[in-house]
Design a protein around this ligand. Structure first.
Ligand code: PLP
Length: 366
């Protein structure tokens, strides 16, 4: 079976032992030198003044929302096709997600649909750069700033993506990252971060990640928790960060091979192969998604659906009022993710291409 992601292939050739050994020899495991260095290096990579590392990406979203003053009962605009992570953070605060429909081509938040949700007076908006594709962040940022709405980027799928020399995470008030093992920059466990340029936001995230302390045992702000990246993960991430751009270009060239091979098939393909796309997931769309998926499985090619159930239809939070979300719903019915990760062998890419083409050959559609 050609896998959707392989940690052993993606991590091959990296000296992870050396990173772990540094921490073991230091006998310091939480909030030490590795974390401080990683935060400095990652902020420099993104192009922001600050980075506060955290335990995971969902905490990053929640703490960023709290940082900009979102409290119980507030509305927060976000998309409904991005795996419920933003919704999880919003619900944790007791705030309300105000779902915004997506653009048909990019499957990211539609700036036009955002206009209508502005009328509902959200306190903040989470803009997710889904599948590694930068959203229309400049347009949304302009509209949000004019309306006094805070903007948070969700970069959990877009480490390193770049437009006009600016990286994902350097556009908005605050930006959130996850270092879950399958992400473009992944740890050997959970990890996350909030980056920003504002000294006060950064100080607040640092307090919230450690019980709300201003200093030891002095709880100065409410809603603190324990959410820290540990030294092992920070050391591992430091060894991997210098390879991120190279890995992203490998992902992008696999996506380019797919896009070329699939041109002419009845599939919707990722719209960009530029640096504003880092191919976290290579996602095609077809209304015969489930049949294609079964065909690929029979040919030994793994695939997955990111994500099958839109947030507003999740059973745990039934009957939330929402704007029309027809593009979101049709995306969730038609998206299919194909294998695309650094180290995926050329002949495996060829096998995936052949498996997809044979589906349309055998069904006589082409
Ligand atoms: C993975 C992911 C998250 C959450 O990150 P965790 O570290 O798993 O909590 C948030 N947003 C998006 C878009 C993600 O893909």
């Amino acid at each position: 079976m050609i896998p959707l992601f392989s940690a052993s292939i993606a991590n091959s050739g990296i000296d992870l032992q050396a990173a772990v050994a540094r921490v073991i020899d230091s006998h310091w495991y939480v909030l030490g030198k590795e974390v401080a260095e990683f935060e400095r290096e990652f902020a420099a990579h993104v192009g922001t003044r600050h980075c506060a590392s955290l335990a995971n990406g969902t905490d990053a979203l929640e703490l960023a929302l709290r940082c900009v003053g979102v409290v119980r009962g507030d509305g927060v605009a976000c998309v409904a096709n991005a795996g419920f992570y933003g919704s999880t953070a919003i619900h944790a605060i007791g705030a309300k997600p105000l779902y915004v429909d997506v653009d048909v081509s990019s499957m990211n938040m539609s700036a036009e649909a955002f206009d209508k949700v502005i009328e509902l007076r959200p306190k903040a908006v989470i803009v997710t750069h889904l599948y590694g594709q930068l959203a229309d962040i400049e347009a949304i940022l302009n509209k949000a700033q004019a309306a006094g709405i805070r903007v948070i980027e969700d970069c959990a799928q877009s480490h390193g993506a770049m437009r006009k020399g600016r990286r994902a995470g350097s556009f908005a008030d605050l930006a959130c990252f996850s270092f879950y093992p399958t992400k473009n920059l992944g740890a050997l466990g959970d990890g996350g971060a909030v980056v920003c340029n504002d000294d006060e936001f950064d100080a607040t995230v640092r307090q919230l990640r450690q019980y709300g302390w201003s200093g030891k045992y002095d709880v100065a702000i409410p809603h603190g928790r324990n959410s820290r990246l540990d030294e092992m993960q920070a050391a591992i991430l430091r060894n991997k960060l210098p390879l991120l751009d190279e890995w992203n270009s490998q992902r992008r060239s696999i996506a380019a091979r797919y896009n070329e091979a699939f041109t002419g098939l009845p599939l919707l393909l990722p719209p960009s192969l530029d640096p504003d796309f880092v191919a976290h997931l290579y996602v095609v769309r077809t209304d015969r998604r489930d049949e294609l998926r079964a065909h690929l499985k029979a040919k030994g090619v793994a695939s997955d659906v990111h994500y099958p159930i839109p947030d507003h239809l999740q059973s745990a939070y039934s009957s939330q009022p929402h704007m029309p979300l027809s593009n979101t719903e049709s995306a969730c019915r038609s998206v299919l993710t194909l294998p695309c990760f650094p180290g995926l062998a050329d002949h495996h890419v060829a096998t995936v291409i052949e498996a997809v083409r044979s589906f349309f050959d055998s069904s006589g559609i082409r």
